[in-house]
Design a protein around this ligand. Structure first.
Ligand SMILES: Nc1ncnc2c1ncn2[C@@H]1O[C@H](COP(=O)(O)OP(=O)(O)OP(=O)(O)O)[C@@H](O)[C@H]1O
Ligand SMILES: [Mg+2]
Length: 249
């Protein structure tokens, strides 16, 4: 198992309050991982640290086979390294079609490969269709994004992130506001996406996490409380006490 991202001994304080407390956690390439834990456990802050939005007070964040430190890098440099993030609220271009949204998101050529731009442009149509298929929006390609349902907008945004070909995709509470049917489709999209990249999903909905069928990390007070299969962590008495016993069973 090759480690793609290694977070080690990371702490983040806000006005003296330790939101992340000596956190160590690792993710493998092409791994699907769920992160659960009570409100305020530090799940979103963890994503803020990985994406460079928040700088930790101490610890290391090491990326890729070259063991690059992400800590000295800006948010855009980290995105260029192949780390994509989906926020809770969809941020698609509402007055553009689904196809136009995906076209805008396709990775632009950089540096010495810019000469391949012409070929890439031709290939874009096929890639847009492949992504639309992946996110179940083939029939919606010509529709204006603003007319899509909440779930469809979320899938479009996932598609726009996939268009950037991230090696790691961070997704914060994708199931919020979705119907049961939309949630099922979302788990399928994320499971499929995780076959070719690492996907880390923060989610409170236990049914959703069960359907992801992956390793689970439980965060509590900024540290890992338990880790393993969902059955393993849900049997852990500490997890029951701080989380599952409080309405998240
Ligand atoms: N920018 C900030 N300034 C001050 N405190 C913050 C900031 N960001 C987060 N916190 C605090 O850090 C703690 C962890 O917050 P975080 O948003 O990471 O939790 P979470 O696990 O994502 O919770 P939820 O499940 O509610 O989304 C909370 O106590 C929160 O109030
Ligand atoms: Mg959060």
């Amino acid at each position: 198992m090759t480690t793609l991202l290694e977070v080690s001994g990371v702490s983040v304080s806000f006005d003296g309050f330790r939101a992340i407390n000596n956190l160590s956690v690792q993710f493998a390439e092409a791994e699907l991982r769920a992160i659960i834990g009570p409100n305020g456990a530090g799940k979103t802050t963890f994503m803020d640290v990985v994406t460079g939005k928040t700088k930790p007070d101490e610890g290391r964040v090491i990326w890729g086979e070259k063991n690059i430190s992400l800590l000295g890098m800006s948010e855009s440099e980290i995105a260029m390294e192949g780390i994509g993030r989906k926020f809770q609220k969809p941020t698609v271009f509402e007055d553009q079609t689904v196809r136009q949204n995906l076209a805008m998101a396709l990775k632009n050529p950089r540096g010495p490969f810019a000469v391949l731009w012409h070929k890439r442009t031709k290939a874009n149509g096929a890639r847009i269709e492949a992504i639309a298929e992946q996110i179940g929006l083939t029939a919606q390609l010509t529709r204006i994004a603003g007319e899509l349902s909440h779930g469809q907008k979320q899938w479009l945004e996932i598609g726009m992130l996939l268009a950037q070909e991230p090696r790691l995709l961070l997704v914060d509470e994708p199931a919020a506001g979705m119907s049961v049917e939309e949630r099922e489709k979302t788990t399928n999209i994320l499971r499929e996406a995780a076959k070719t990249r690492a996907v880390v999903v923060v989610e409170h909905d236990m049914e959703f996490v069960r359907r992801l069928g992956c390793k689970v990390t439980v965060l509590h007070e900024g540290s890992v409380l338990a880790e393993g299969s969902l059955d393993h962590v849900t049997r852990n008495q500490k997890v029951i006490d701080v989380y599952l016993g409080r309405g998240h069973a």
